[in-house]
Design a protein around this ligand. Structure first.
Ligand code: PLP
Length: 394
């Protein structure tokens, strides 16, 4: 018998990331990647991070290199109360848990909530790594469709007529991969459904701050609070896309009934998030550089997004359609006719350009005509060249 039979059943069922396989050639010299979900390191605030590092070493040395509280650095949590307030959410340091990025937040939350077989609903398409976490907990995943206004909440309502739902996971603002934003009307309806049917909404918000316009939808957390509900929405966000992902600092806002248990899972996982990173983020926030930094990122991504949209429209408009993103890092496109974007990748790779085929973002009913472009890291010239290469690969 193979030794791998020692692995737990749920681990044996885990599939390697098909995207990783497909994209392992994307680092070859000359290949332009529109595939990665990473922010532009050219925009990292080197001066601010250096200054914050100096503050930490000179003024906060012990805390930064010592074990810390599972819930997270006290000062950082106090600062985050202010940051959440700017996003329209009233909270307290007690309601908060600092995590190792929002990826860990999702893992802790789903592990805290899911029994094997519990039904979790995601959007079609959705964030791939959440599907992996759900598969590890052996939850049952059901999906509802999405359109240019985000998750189709009416479909969820229909599903609720036949199915007991434990949780709904979504990226309601500038979603990954869809780039779409859930409309105000759907936000309210979704939260009301959560209250009526008593399921938990996991609101994943890494991109909300990167808005290309002055319009800002209320977070689901805020919508619930305005309806007097503080029980059914869990919010998570991160410094990964607005400061630097290598820091691995994110946070969760949780209802009272979850808080203690999630903290215990966190403790069992890694005791607490990296002390140095937390002190560094706290020192950075004290410099009041975050908002100017976000403005810089927003302007740069907006420009890149407009460029990519224009080139795609001009060169491939007869072949693909897409919604114009209003923020975030992703442009989600779809062929106008039957097409397999996974197969196409081999051809575009030969021409020196990669993207992520859409099918990997679906838990079921994959739409092979779809594909995700990230415009965050490429320069304007590269975006132009990438679209020319895509065209030549058709
Ligand atoms: C939708 C979504 N959620 C969570 C994450 C994880 O981010 P973090 O770096 O905070 O763990 C990402 C990262 O790409 C993401 O796109």
């Amino acid at each position: 018998m193979s030794k791998s039979s020692h692995l737990a059943d749920r681990i044996q069922n885990l599939q390697p990331s098909a995207i990783r396989e497909l994209l392992k050639h994307s680092k070859m010299p000359g290949v332009i990647s529109l595939a990665g979900g990473i922010p532009s390191s050219e925009l990292f605030d080197k001066e601010g991070l250096a200054e914050a590092t100096k503050i930490v070493v000179d003024q906060n040395f012990n805390d930064a290199f010592q074990y810390g509280l599972t819930e997270g650095n006290v000062e950082l949590r106090q600062q985050l109360v202010g940051l959440c307030q700017e996003r329209g959410m009233t909270t307290t340091p007690d309601q908060m848990l600092i995590t190792s990025g929002s990826q860990q937040a999702l893992d802790l939350l789903i592990r805290a909530l899911a029994n094997p077989g519990d039904v979790f609903v995601v959007e079609r398409p959705t964030y791939l790594a959440t599907l992996q976490i759900l598969s590890l907990t052996e939850a049952t995943v059901q999906s509802v469709g999405g359109d240019e206004h985000g998750m189709i909440v009416d479909e969820l309502e229909a599903l609720l007529k036949t199915t007991r739902i434990k949780g709904v996971y979504l990226v309601p603002t500038f979603g990954n991969p869809s780039g779409t934003t859930l409309s105000a009307e759907r936000r309210e309806k979704l939260v009301k459904l959560a209250i009526e049917h008593d399921f938990v909404i996991i609101e994943d918000d890494p991109y909300g701050a990167i808005s290309f316009t002055d319009n800002r939808e209320k977070t689901l957390f805020q919508v619930a609070a305005e309806l007097g509900n503080h029980e059914n929405v869990v919010y998570t966000s991160t410094f990964s896309k607005i400061l630097a992902p290598g820091l691995r600092v994110g946070w969760i806002l949780m209802p009272e009934w979850m808080k203690q248990k999630v903290a215990i899972i966190k403790q069992a996982t890694d005791l607490h998030a990296n002390s140095f990173s937390q002190s560094l983020v706290s020192a950075y926030l004290s410099l009041n550089r975050l908002n100017p930094q976000i403005a810089l990122i927003r302007d740069a991504y907006k420009q890149k997004c407009l460029s990519l949209s224009k080139y795609l429209q001009d060169e491939l408009g007869d072949h693909i359609s897409f919604n114009q993103p209003q923020g975030g890092m992703f442009l989600w496109a779809k062929f106008r006719y039957d097409f397999d974007t996974t197969k196409w990748l081999e051809r575009t790779l030969a021409k020196g350009v990669v993207y992520v085929p859409g099918e990997f973002f679906f838990s079921d009913n994959a739409d092979k005509k779809t594909l995700r472009f990230s415009y965050a890291t490429a320069s304007d010239e590269q975006l132009f060249e990438a679209v020319q290469r895509l065209k030549s690969a058709l």
